[in-house]
Ligand binder design. Structure first.
Ligand SMILES: C=C(O[C@H]1C=CC=C(C(=O)O)[C@@H]1O)C(=O)O
Length: 351
């Protein structure tokens, strides 16, 4: 494992692209280190690691054949950090976000949308911008998330611990999830979901199942269940299906991305609305990332992609934290802002 982290340090020096990541529940860390500075266009039939934006910007691709692969068992002597204090509230950011929530609730009430997922960015000064130390804390703190550190000169340096799978495809079987609803995690207490929240999450499940209909057969869904992601919990349904044609991978990715958990419904109008009204560029937040047609640990053809949530971009000594929340007809602007503050704790805990 020391070898993997020393290569990561070297790679940060050379500025060549890389992805280092660990899958949910796994103690294996994979490093995909591109061995030069070439830029590669994404090829959805090719094998490699993909890093795609929400909407604007370039999809970055590290082809498997252009990279050195190092996999190691995690053996980190790092303590799980204490929960950070709630940050001081930026009153301007709060009022700006709350106004956008009010405007978006009105748009939903007018019948234009069923749901919109609004987001914003918080900047945090890093007292010590030690990328490797921050990433190691992230790895041990969120064992059930997809944890990653990614760098490319165009995209910049990103890290995250996401709870949302976009898509997994092995042989002909596809797996995805429907994720919605947020509550603070309370140790020893079972989350109680309101009917409204359960309805919203069911709506997301039904939407995904219907969108996949053209490409799949034998769709199967689990009962919705409470799923913990760091200091918060969500409602989740696992969805699996048989892909009718493996060559439809690109079409399926396009169908699922951006998911209702990060964009809204109906999808393309919601995306347009966000691009016109959010007032900032999400960049790679709410995009997707992961293994395309290649499991790097075992060298087998497999696709395993995640939605880029609970993430940050590190630029010099500043962390840009990206946080969002789903808005529906009865959203309360102050509570929604607070929800984004709660979600910012996922990254605040490790920086
Ligand atoms: C958009 C985010 O979370 C999504 C995922 C799960 C639950 C969500 C919610 O309850 O609002 C969001 O849709 C984010 O963390 O930035």
């Amino acid at each position: 494992m020391t070898h993997l982290f020393s290569r990561l340090k070297e790679q940060l020096q050379t500025g060549f692209p890389f992805a280092v990541y660990s899958k949910p529940g796994s103690t294996i860390i994979n490093g995909v280190f591109q061995n030069d500075s070439s830029i590669h266009a994404v090829n959805y039939n090719g094998s490699g690691f993909v890093f795609a934006p929400f909407a604007l910007g370039k999809t970055v691709f590290i082809p498997a054949h252009a990279a050195d692969i190092i996999s190691a068992e995690m053996d980190l002597d790092v303590n799980i950090p204490d929960a950070p204090l709630q940050p001081a509230i930026d009153v301007n950011a709060k009022s700006h976000f709350e106004k956008l929530v009010v405007q978006s609730v009105a748009a939903i009430k007018s019948g234009a949308f069923q749901k919109l997922v609004l987001s914003r960015k918080e900047l945090v000064h890093l007292a010590e911008a030690d990328v490797v130390a921050i990433f190691q804390k992230l790895l041990v703190t969120y064992p059930n998330a997809f944890r990653y550190c990614f760098y490319d000169p165009q995209a910049g340096l990103w890290m995250g611990a996401t709870p949302e799978q976009l898509l997994k495809v092995e042989n002909h079987t596809l797996h995805t999830v429907a994720l919605a609803g947020t509550q603070l995690y309370k140790a020893g207490e079972e989350a109680v979901w309101e009917e409204k929240e359960r309805q919203e999450q069911k709506f997301v499940t039904d939407y995904i199942v219907s969108e996949l209909a053209d490409y799949t057969a034998n769709v199967d869904t689990t009962e919705p269940y409470t799923f913990r992601a760091g200091n918060i919990v969500h409602i989740k349904t696992d969805i699996s299906a048989e892909l009718k044609d493996v060559d439809s991978l690109y079409a399926v990715i396009n169908t699922l991305h951006p998911t209702p958990a990060v964009c809204g419904l109906p999808k393309s109008n919601a995306k347009e609305y966000l691009l016109a009204n959010e007032d900032y560029d999400r960049e790679y937040y709410a995009g997707f990332l992961g293994e395309l047609n290649h499991d790097f640990a075992i060298g087998q053809p497999k696709t395993d992609l995640f939605v880029n949530l609970r993430c940050m971009k590190i630029q010099d000594d500043t962390a840009h934290l990206y946080i969002g929340c789903g808005i529906t007809t009865d959203s309360d602007p102050q509570k929604e802002f607070l929800e984004t503050v709660n979600k910012s704790m996922t990254m605040r805990k490790v920086i």
